[in-house]
Design a protein around this ligand. Structure first.
Ligand SMILES: Cc1ncc(COP(=O)(O)O)c(C=O)c1O
Length: 434
């Protein structure tokens, strides 16, 4: 098997005539002649247009928590859409979804629905600014909070551009982002305790929100060091800053109540998408009643599709399943075996490896012993990682080609899938080593 088959290659040529890079999101472009095109997916498997089957560890970048085309979710969606998909009016199902989110997530008193993680974080930032009457947003290097201009700073630029760790330079991740937006952004290395305390001392009373992913889900699933989230909680409280926990990747994945439950941390606001709807377009942001209650009282928020029926129905079915069955526990068992097995393979081959993240969503950095922030992570051997991914894909196992993107597991991955994956990695690591 080669990396990409002939049908994917000709599809790319055709798609490039009408779609920039031949894709509808830059992250889906893997290079000229190297970009896979998908036919279908079911459970833990994905088939490309050349008919090749892969054990999928990308899970659409995290949304698929149960499995692709999961029957119970699809059945609920089909049942519901027969009665209309959009009304510009509120229905009972979305109230029930809101009730389930409030019940499952410890820090959430009230929520509003949205369609994507980008919208959820954008709305949360608006609300935080409105609540505090301040404009500055503090975000951490390597964290990604969606495509809006407010936080698309120091996400995936070369870290050399970030300046000195003591005095970081916010770097826009794209042309087209007004420099003036950067005047309201402060960036810091993740897990920089000292830097965070220093910035809060200097600017705390001007900052509207500190937004962070609980772990760096867009940079190697780097976990918060013990006490880091607590420090953010304490200092934001001290300076009257809104603490926004971006749970777009961790929500309904690392625990039913997300990172709030896992780390026992209560942010002021949190954002969700991805696993909330097992792949359907649905997102949410919410938090303290005191803050959420300002919406509609001089604070604008809305959207034509925010309660789109397919998304709401999918969230309803997904949350019902998560609440009533030990789904995440089951994924965790297989994920832990996969993490342990991969670690052992690298260690047996004397390759330094830093494992990070959680069994349902993990990463590993090669050639380094530990990573605490994007600047450390950047010293890892990304070329070796990519080489292994390319070899794995040729053998039917598909993690993302970008080492920053975690491996995601779903309820449909079986022990046999884990065994096959470990066998593939044992073979290719040995080959690369020799
Ligand atoms: C932590 C986080 N926040 C926000 C987003 C943006 O979500 P979406 O792609 O649904 O707009 C992502 C997407 O990967 C994410 O990982």
């Amino acid at each position: 098997m080669s990396l990409v088959g002939p049908k994917s290659q000709s599809m790319q040529k055709r798609a490039e005539k009408v779609l920039p890079l031949g894709v509808n999101s830059n992250f889906r472009y893997w290079g000229e002649g190297l970009t896979p095109y998908v036919d279908k997916a079911k459970g833990a498997y994905l088939w490309d247009v050349d008919g090749r089957r892969f054990i999928d560890y990308r899970m659409a970048f995290g949304p698929i928590i149960l499995g692709h085309a999961y029957d119970e979710v699809d059945a609920k969606v089909i049942e519901e859409v027969k009665n209309g998909v959009l009304f510009a009016m509120t229905g009972e199902l979305e109230v029930e979804v809101a009730e389930m989110i409030v019940e499952m997530c410890p820090a959430i008193d009230m929520i509003r629905l949205a369609c994507s993680g980008t919208e959820a974080t954008m709305h949360a930032i608006r609300v935080a600014r409105a609540f505090t009457g301040r404009e500055i947003i503090l975000k951490f290097e390597g964290n990604y909070h969606g495509f809006h201009d407010h936080t698309l700073w120091s996400t995936y630029a070369p870290v050399e551009a970030y300046g000195n760790r003591r005095n970081p330079i916010p770097v826009p991740a794209s042309s087209g982002i007004p420099q003036s937006m950067g005047e309201n952004v402060i960036t810091l290395a993740f897990n920089d305790f000292e830097g965070f305390e220093r910035v809060m001392r200097s600017y705390g009373d001007q900052i509207a929100a500190v937004i962070t992913e609980p772990c760096q889900g867009n940079c190697g699933a780097i976990e918060p060091q013990a006490g880091f989230l607590e420090l953010i909680r304490n200092k934001t409280e001290e300076y009257g800053v809104v603490f926004i926990l971006d749970e777009v990747k961790t929500g309904f994945r690392i625990a039913n109540g997300g990172a709030q439950e896992y780390y026992r941390i209560k942010p002021d606001l949190a954002t969700y998408a991805k696993a909330l709807g097992n792949g359907y377009p649905i997102a949410a942001f919410g938090g303290k009643r005191e803050i959420m209650s300002i919406i509609g009282h001089g604070v604008s928020q809305g959207g034509t599709y925010t309660n789109n029926k397919p998304g709401v129905a999918a969230a309803y079915a997904t949350l019902k399943l998560l609440k009533t069955k030990p789904i995440l526990e089951s994924i965790q068992k297989r994920g832990q075996r996969l993490m342990d097995g991969l670690k052992e393979i690298f260690e047996d081959n004397n390759i330094p490896v830093a494992m990070s993240g959680y069994p349902t969503m993990f990463s590993f950095a090669l050639g380094v012993e530990a990573v605490t922030c994007q600047r450390d992570w950047d010293n890892s051997d990304k070329d070796a990682y990519l080489k292994l991914v390319e070899m794995a894909i040729e053998l039917g196992v598909m993690p993302d080609h970008d080492a920053r993107e975690p491996w995601f597991l779903c309820y449909s991955h079986t022990d046999a899938d884990v065994d096959e994956t470990l066998n593939v990695y044992a073979d290719i690591v040995k080959k690369v080593k020799s």
